[in-house]
Structures are given as structure tokens and as C-alpha cells.
Design a binder for this molecule. Sequence first.
Ligand code: REL
Ligand code: ZN
Length: 471
Amino acid sequence: KTPVQAEEMTSVVISEVASTLVIDLHTHLLPPSHGMLCLWGFDELLTYHYLVAEYFMTAPASMTPESFYALGKREQADVIWQALFVDRSPVSEACRGVITTLVALGLSNEVATRDLEAIRRFYASYRDRGLEGTEEFSERVFAQSGVQYAVMTNIPFDTNEAQHWRPERKDYSERYRSALRVDPLLSGDRATIEKALKTSGYEVTLEGARQYLRDWCDTMKPEYMMASTPHDFVLREGSLAGVKKTGVNEEAMKQPFAFVDQTNNMADCVVNCDGAEDDSPTVLDENSDFLSEVLMKVCEERNLPVALKIGAHRGVNKQLQSAGDGVVAFADAGVLSRLCSRFPKVLFLATFLSRNNQHEAAVLASKFRNLHIYGCWWFCNNPSIIREITQMRVEMLGTAFTAQHSDARVLDQLLYKWPHSRAMIANVLAEEYAKLDVSGWTPTRGEIRRDISRLFGGSYEEFLTKSLSAV
Ligand code: REL
Ligand code: ZN
């Protein structure tokens, strides 16, 4: 209960941040029961798409993306190790992350002697024990990184993944929680949606799509729905989804949210914003709106939030596959603001990819009670940028945001992404408490612990329990 002395503030904050259990609210991790889809180990670490992108900046002209991807995983890893760890020092964030990870696993001697074979032998001691070894490794990583649980990215449209959920849902550890990824509904990828509905025996109508989503919710029991919006995403100002017919944006209306109803289902009657029946035809056609009529409807019904990741430009260099995705210099944050006001009963979690959007995002979070900002995503997940973004957020939002998520694709990455982020966030917090102390408010250790726990997952869980249906 005693206030923390000014001279102890930094060490108290650092030790509290280091020991708090975090909730990792967005990852691409899948549980060991998902077999090959659960990525872990040295070769996966080294072939992370951040490192592939870095490798190609200095790769010889003779190594084309085609020839690189034609190599086996182990050979790709060897090539990257040679280029980024032997021929030059691994000073980038992604490279340093590999070193932090290996050292956390007790491999500092092997790292010091650059002994790849010994590193691989360490991993083999788990891998050789099949599912049991993988589960043991998974539990070790979660416990050691202080991650209470990680939210996965679960894609029903991906048949490779779907087979792990149906016909029988595989059991997995409570360390993993589900998020249902629905990008085709935001990008208007009609071919994917139609195919999914047809092959799973649903009616190819908006109601069919809603039922598809409801059924996947029953299967996956997600914490939230999620999508990464396409770089040219706009929210159309059409008349269909209960939106006033003011200022129709012609460009926006061309956005392909369309979904053709081949059965002329008259039940899907369109209602305008006053709740009165619209004069427009009740049949579905290419103007049908997946976002409003499918995703938002099911979110409202199920009281499920939507997590949006905004500002990625896919395929900037297509040859590099996922290593060729980039960032939109400045995404239109107005889209998020319009979503929050148009769908006040839906909770939105959001993160932006561009550093340029971070300030506006924090302002929006303070305007909409159905919006929660989380994490420093991908190109913002670098120590210097984490520091700057976190400081600004604390100044503007107090503790009403989530400081970080890992976006880990490879299980072992929890062992670097979290300590690297914790270190930066702790520095910021120590400075903020010091300023508060100077102003005349000295927090106790318990108060500091409470605040930190909010920033690392508590605020997210509090946000999820909000029920806006009464608003
Ligand atoms: O979930 C997303 O859309 C992104 O986070 C990913 O596409 C991206 O590749 C991710 O691994 C970056 O950290
Ligand atoms: Zn992601």
C-alpha cells in the first residue's frame, strides 16, 4: 500500500511489466492438434516472412524469389542464416528476435559458436516425440513468455484449416482461443464466399451466408470476428444497409461487397434507417452488402466484436508472396469512425498499420465507446515505434487500450516479441509515473500492477464484457 519512492520507480515498473501475465489478442498461432499448421522450430523462425523480405534486399541477383521458394524449408533457413547472421550482424528487430528466442531456450552457447546443428538437435529432442513433444514445447513457450492465452486467426474459408474443425472439432489447450477470420466479407471476394456456401451445402443467399457464419461461430466459439481490410477499402454510403441515402459516393458504390441471390429470396427485406420498409426491390442483387447484411447482422445477434486491421497493401511485390505485402501510407480512418457510428451496437477492436494513422486512431478511441485500440502492428512492431506510439496512447487514453499483440506466426516468437515489447512499454510507463509523481500523485505498487495488467489484456477483457445492445 505504500507509495513507490521516486528512485525505485523504474525498477518497480520494469519488474511489474516483466512479471505480468499477458493476453496476446492477435496471433497466427494454431495449436499442436492442428498438425503441420502449428508452426514452430528453427527453420520456421528463420523463414519468417519479415526475414525473407530482409534477405531479398541483399540477395544475389541469381537468387530469384522462384528459386528461393523452390528450396526446402531447411535450405531456405540456411540461406537466410548465412546472409543475415553470418555475412552481416543480425541487428534488425526480426533478426535480433531470433537471437533472443534461442537464448531464452537456453541455446546461448550454440548461438555464440554459431552451431546450427546443435540448435537443430535441441529442437529435434521435442519434434521426435510427435504431438506430445509439440504440446510440451507449446506449454513451455507460453509459460516462459508469460502469455496467459493467445487468440488465433481461424479461417473457415481455408480448407486446410477447416478440416481441423469439422466434422469433428479437435480438442486443444486453453492457451489458444479462437477468432473467426472473415476477410472475404470485407473485400467482397464473392467467388470465395459462393464456393464456400456451395461446397458446404448452404443456400447462395445473404441468409445462407449469415447461417454459414452462425454455424462457424458455433463450431469455433470465437472471441471475436476479424478481418484485415483491403488497402482500397471504403464504406459505401449506399441505401441498402439501413443507411440514409445522403451523399452517395459513386466510387464507393463500386466496391464489390456484392453477393448475388440466385434464389430470389424474398425474406431478406431491406429496411431504411427509419425502420420503415424501403421501396427498393427486396430481392438480392449485385448491390447486396456483405458487410452490413451479413457480418454486422451476425455480430449484433451474437454480441460478437469485430477486430479490424487497417492499412495493409497486399502484394506490393507479388513475387515475394507474404514477404511482399506492404503498408498503406495513410489509411482512411474515417471508415472506422463511420463504422462505429453506423453500427453502435457492435464492438470494434482496431489497429492501424501505418505510423501516420496512430494519432487519429487514438482520438477516435476517445470518441466512440464501441472502439478499442490495440497493439503496434507489423511494421509498427519495432522498439522505437512501440515506444512512441505507447507514450502517445497513454497520454491520450490512460489505460483504456491494449498496448501490444504479437502477431506471432511461429510459436517460439512469443519468446522474443513479448520481452522486446515489455521492455519498451516499461520504459514509457516508468517515465509517465515519474511525471505523475512530480505532479503530486505517487502510485503504490498495487496500483501500478493494476494499470499494467489492464494495458496487457485487462482492458481488452473489460471491453469484451461491454454489452452495447442497450445503448
Ligand atoms: O493478420 C494480418 O492480416 C497480418 O497481421 C498478417 O497478414 C501479416 O502477415 C502478419 O504476419 C504480420 O505481422
Ligand atoms: Zn496478423
